[in-house]
Design a protein around this ligand. Structure first.
Ligand SMILES: CC(C)(COP(=O)(O)OP(=O)(O)OC[C@H]1O[C@@H](n2cnc3c(N)ncnc32)[C@H](O)[C@@H]1OP(=O)(O)O)[C@@H](O)C(=O)NCCC(=O)NCCS
Length: 164
């Protein structure tokens, strides 16, 4: 149904189009800009996707670029652990794409890359993402009250994790 692959320069235009959407960026980390420009996409594809040793992949659905998924390794005594994050262009929501991508990436992270723990912090209102994590075998470990603030609102961090 989906394929995970490395980014291509040719993804830049579509990446920027899909990322430049407040419904996509609303509950993502504050460093994900809005508005999202072609230059932001170009920079992400050139270097950002690999910052902090991250492994980030393009999600392809029926031959088209539709979103991204990536893991960021932790360090020191948490080096067996990685944070996982993803987004899908809004026009592709509700087709099981994030679930398929998270399943595939989790499998790679555990079986090929050898991680023992994957985790995802999800902001309180982001119920769709929590559902995706649950469908992929992640459990809610805890809630950090008012953990972050973004655009004038405070959000609880819901920490989901799965062990490999
Ligand atoms: C969250 C996101 C990745 C989901 O992608 P998707 O491809 O639509 O996800 P799927 O189709 O695989 O699954 C979505 C599930 O959430 C459910 N869902 C959708 N909206 C929901 C809501 N408001 N409340 C509860 N469940 C909801 C769907 O019904 C579906 O579950 P089901 O299969 O049991 O019916 C997508 O909405 C997105 O990119 N959001 C913006 C970026 C983001 O928030 N990323 C995650 C950061 S932690």
């Amino acid at each position: 149904m989906i394929k995970l692959r490395d980014y291509a320069i040719a993804d830049t235009e579509r990446f920027a189009e899909l990322a430049n959407n407040e419904n996509v960026s609303r509950y993502l980390i504050y460093t994900f800009p809005y508005p999202y420009t072609r230059q932001d996409a170009a920079q992400w594809i050139a270097t950002g996707a690999r910052a902090n040793n991250a492994v980030t992949q393009a999600i392809e659905y029926r031959g088209e670029f539709v979103g991204t998924i990536g893991i960021t390794p932790q360090t020191g005594w948490k080096a067996h652990s990685a944070e996982i994050g993803y987004w899908i262009g809004e026009e592709y929501w509700g087709r099981g794409i994030a679930t398929a991508a998270l399943r595939a990436m989790s499998e790679t992270a555990f079986s090929t890359l050898g991680y023992k723990r994957l985790f995802a912090p999800v902001l309180g209102p982001n119920k769709a993402s929590m559902r995706v994590l649950e469908k992929c075998g992640y459990s809610l470990e805890g809630i950090l009250k008012r953990e972050v603030s973004k655009d004038g609102s405070y959000y609880d961090g819901h920490y989901y994790a799965r062990l490999g």
